[in-house]
Design a protein around this ligand. Structure first.
Ligand code: ZN
Ligand code: ZN
Length: 257
């Protein structure tokens, strides 16, 4: 897909960011945060003729303008005065709460801009409920919150499916460096341990078949050890391409695959 980003695609990320800033933000800060988190690229960065600004800034400015639908329809509140802060309204909070889990997953997993953008468009235009998966919920198993149980259970199914899919001769190893937790730490401590990296966001519409979703989803998953996973996500918002990491491991010559 990869169309340009539109004002409405930024409504949910904006609401999310205002809410984590305790409900109030100024426009400059919001613009900067959206840029930091989404890391726009391609034609959304083109400078608009006769302006000093790129398309992305223009869209954010339009989004928060007092005459535009986002403010007019009551998702956020602001004074008409230029530079006045933005406040999230109850309507905005409610709208965000319907999509909070998908948003959290999309914005905290360092996906690429085009993948985030395409999925924001889907969330905005689809009337069906979209279910998310989230590996972070699995990793923080002991801390999982009651509201996230459904995500936890769905993510666990995805994880189990992936482990089953990638297990070879009873073993699952890092697909980047080949590290195997069981071989290194011994069976009792290391057996079956692996992290799962999502190369693209995985969502499921409520009426989609889970088995079907899972078998398609595995093509966007990769089992990795904790070190490789950290390296992939070392630059926030810019996950390293798997092949670059593998090439780099091989070129370095210390770890023989
Ligand atoms: Zn590894
Ligand atoms: Zn990852």
């Amino acid at each position: 897909m990869n169309e340009r980003i539109y004002e409405k695609d930024l409504r949910l990320p904006a609401l999310y960011l205002i809410s984590i800033k305790n409900g109030k933000i100024n426009t400059t800060e919001l613009s900067q945060l959206l840029r930091d988190i989404l890391e726009p690229s391609g034609e959304d960065l083109e400078i608009i003729t006769n302006r000093n600004d790129d398309y992305f800034s223009q869209i954010v400015r339009n989004l928060t303008a007092s005459k535009r639908p986002f403010v007019k329809n009551g998702y956020i509140k602001r004074d008409a005065k230029a530079g006045s802060p933005l406040f999230i309204t109850n309507k905005g909070k409610h709208y965000l709460s319907e999509h909070k889990l998908e948003l959290e997953y999309l914005l905290t997993n360092d996906f690429e801009y085009n993948d985030i953008k395409d999925n924001l468009k889907k969330i905005e235009t689809e009337n069906r409920i979209i279910h998310s998966f989230d590996e972070n919920v699995i990793i923080l198993e002991g801390l999982k919150r009651v509201t996230e149980i459904a995500v936890y259970e769905r993510s666990k199914k995805l994880r189990d499916f992936a482990i089953d899919y990638f297990t070879d001769n009873g073993k699952i190893s890092c697909n980047c460096c080949n590290f195997n937790f069981q071989d290194f730490y011994g069976e009792q401590i290391g057996k079956g341990f692996i992290e799962i990296h999502h190369t693209k966001p995985i969502f499921k519409y409520e009426d989609d078949d889970l088995e079907n979703t899972l078998s398609q989803a595995v093509t966007n998953l990769i089992p990795v050890c904790s070190n490789c996973h950290r390296m992939i996500h070392r630059n926030r918002n810019k996950p390293l391409e798997i092949q670059i990491l593998i090439d780099s491991i091989i070129a370095n010559g210390i770890f023989i695959r």
